[in-house]
Design a protein around this ligand. Structure first.
Ligand code: ZN
Ligand code: ZN
Length: 389
């Protein structure tokens, strides 16, 4: 059956270009019919892959028929969605002096999270400066003259970053894996960061001239300077073109250092993967390290309409359940406020998050959002007093 999914939300039409872009979406969808080819025979082997590509652990297929894509695009156009945001995403000047000093603090580094925008964050913890899904470009698409356009500038520019040790990529959708951004990072002063990517993406990185890259399957881990990075399963999919559907893996990242445990969801629908992640890591960690997370970065945007998005993107209510499943001490909502990928207004996710949080008896300290450029400092975990398993 012909299948087509949005490229993480597909093309977001604006005003006069709606018709043109709808036609583009239709054409793209039409081209996809029969174009999805099996992975090359030299693609990495994995128990999570069959002849058609990688599969979700849940067995849930996120693929939608072509008719569903057309229905979504039609209804979006008919209803004038998404509505304009009532207010811009909050933005503040970054605390560059702290970020730079903390970057060089080694074992004295204070755990700190800075929201750059969308799923891009800088996490400083356990002596490492780590970036998630770095995206600094104007458009999240294969070309820079079409596709979802950035609505707010990044909270940090590439030039303002401290030297990055590790870059984590969750999957290859354009709003998460941006060619110009990863190439710029690979060329940073002092040498390229280590890029950790899901299985099947190393070849693409090498094609971009990025050689300091390692690819991981779900549950595989890589230790960097005493910090364990584990790729964990989530429910999503991958594609950058018309013939590479699910040829590379997708996932979340669990990062366990001696004094801070954090998690990054990437893109995901709701599934049993978060309970499994907590149990898996609790079982294999030394008891003193415990099984919970000090911080979880959970995607809360790109969820409307639910009938189209539910299998691939959690809504804020489901994100709160993810927070609980992970046993996170605190969570921050990301993947919102930056690109228009779906039918909810740009500022709707935090409003829905507040309602969902209150419905579960949680407060703002448990699960909140940040301003672009904001840095939030967090306490180190105390050895011997693990989080709840
Ligand atoms: Zn995304
Ligand atoms: Zn995605």
């Amino acid at each position: 059956m012909p299948k087509f999914l949005s490229l993480c939300g597909a093309v977001r039409p604006t005003s006069a270009r709606k018709t043109l872009l709808l036609a583009f979406a239709v054409a793209l969808a039409g081209l996809s019919v029969g174009c999805s080819s099996p992975p090359a025979s030299d693609a990495p082997e994995s128990p999570h892959r069959n002849a058609q590509g990688f599969r979700n652990p849940s067995g849930v297929q996120v693929e939608k028929p072509l008719g569903d894509l057309l229905r979504w695009q039609w209804e979006k156009w008919r209803d004038g969605l998404p509505k304009a945001a009532r207010q811009p995403t909050p933005q503040q000047a970054p605390d560059l002096a702290f970020l730079q000093a903390n970057a060089r603090a080694g074992a004295q580094m204070q755990p700190a999270l800075t929201w750059i925008g969308h799923a891009s964050t800088l996490v400083q913890a356990s002596g490492l400066n780590v970036l998630t899904d770095p995206m600094f470009s104007q458009r999240a698409f294969m070309v820079q003259w079409l596709g979802p356009q950035r609505q707010q500038p990044p909270g940090l520019t590439l030039a303002q970053l401290p030297r990055i040790d590790v870059v984590l990529i969750s999957h290859n959708h354009y709003d998460h894996l941006d060619r110009a951004s990863v190439q710029a990072l690979a060329a940073q002063a002092g040498g390229s960061p280590l890029f950790l990517v899901p299985l099947g993406l190393k070849a693409w990185m090498l094609e971009q001239g990025i050689t300091r890259v390692e690819e991981l399957d779900w549950w595989q881990e890589r230790r960097v300077a005493g910090v364990d990075f584990t790729l964990t399963p989530v429910q999503h999919w991958s594609a950058r073109g018309l013939s590479d559907h699910n040829h590379s893996l997708w996932g979340g990242w669990a990062v366990l250092g001696p004094d801070f445990h954090w998690y990054f969801s990437g893109d995901t629908g709701y599934s049993a993967d978060f309970v499994a992640t907590r149990q898996h890591l609790a079982a294999r960690q030394a008891p003193a390290l415990g099984g919970g997370f000090d911080l979880a970065l959970i995607a809360i945007g790109a969820y409307a309409p639910r009938w189209f998005m539910k299998e691939q993107h959690v809504d804020p209510g489901e994100a709160v359940q993810v927070h609980l499943d992970l046993g996170a001490k605190r969570s921050i909502g990301v993947h919102w406020g930056t690109f228009l990928l779906s039918d909810e207004a740009l500022d709707q996710p935090p409003l829905d998050l507040t309602r969902a949080r209150e419905a579960r008896g949680l407060n703002e300290a448990d699960f909140s959002v940040m301003a672009l450029g904001e840095t939030r400092r967090m306490p180190k975990r105390t050895s011997g007093t693990p989080s709840a398993p």
